[in-house]
Design a protein around this ligand. Structure first.
Ligand code: SF4
Length: 220
């Protein structure tokens, strides 16, 4: 039996005839027609009945028997998404200025940069990020550990949101940053979290240390 994360799988329900889901990494949920075709072709080849679009904007092939896992990955020729474990799991991103008429900042460009740097980075607990092009926050910033949204004046950085059984809404850390300064601030938050977390989510760390303490440390 494979463990979660081993060979990029997520184990599904059941004790007998165990099957697995796999979800390739699709940075920011952007997918090309050729990738979609390949996912469908591989699913058909292995007689998988359904695919599931996940909350992290991935496309999971579900119901794969263990014996087929290696073959599915080989045929897909894609990297696995980090769907489990203590790491940066997903960077959820809205269409932003590129495609949405309400967009004020380039969320896709920011999201791709963050994905490149942080996706899969090992941390004291799991982390989710979100990037939205305006304060409507379609990437669900309010329940992301670290998130950014765009305004006329630049980027607002929020910290400490999470869903889960004990949900918490994010707090605003700093506003009106340039693209580069916002990207740098995410790095500072990640470093601070790595040094100060007691294996808790960012929101629990904020509750324990206090937002003002963290602001003082990060903003001076
Ligand atoms: S957050 Fe704003 S820019 Fe992004 S999709 Fe929603 S409305 Fe459009």
């Amino acid at each position: 039996m494979l463990k979660d994360g081993e060979k990029g799988v997520i184990r599904q329900r059941g004790k007998e005839n165990i099957t697995y889901a796999i979800a390739p990494h699709l940075p920011c949920g952007v997918v090309k027609p050729i990738q979609l075709r390949k996912l469908a072709d591989v699913a058909e080849k292995y007689e998988v009945a359904e695919l599931k679009i996940t909350s992290a904007a991935r496309i999971a092939i579900i119901g794969i028997p263990e014996d087929d896992v290696d073959g599915v990955w080989k045929d897909l020729d894609m990297d696995p998404g980090f769907a489990t474990g203590l790491c940066v799991r997903s960077i959820k991103v809205c269409p932003g200025i590129e495609y949405c008429r309400l967009g004020l900042q380039d969320s896709l460009k920011m999201g791709m940069k963050l994905d490149h740097t942080y996706h899969g980075m090992v941390l004291p607990s799991k982390m989710k990020m979100g990037v939205s092009g305006c304060k409507v926050q379609c990437a669900e910033n309010c329940i992301k550990d670290i998130s950014l949204y765009g305004t006329q004046k630049g980027w607002t950085v929020q910290i400490g949101g999470n869903g889960s059984a004990r949900p918490r809404l994010a707090d605003i850390l700093v506003e009106d940053l340039s693209f580069e300064a916002a990207e740098e601030m995410v790095g500072k938050v990640v470093d601070y979290y790595r040094e100060n977390s007691k294996r808790e989510r960012v929101g629990r760390m904020v509750d324990r240390l206090g937002l003002d303490t963290i602001k003082k440390a990060l903003l001076g």
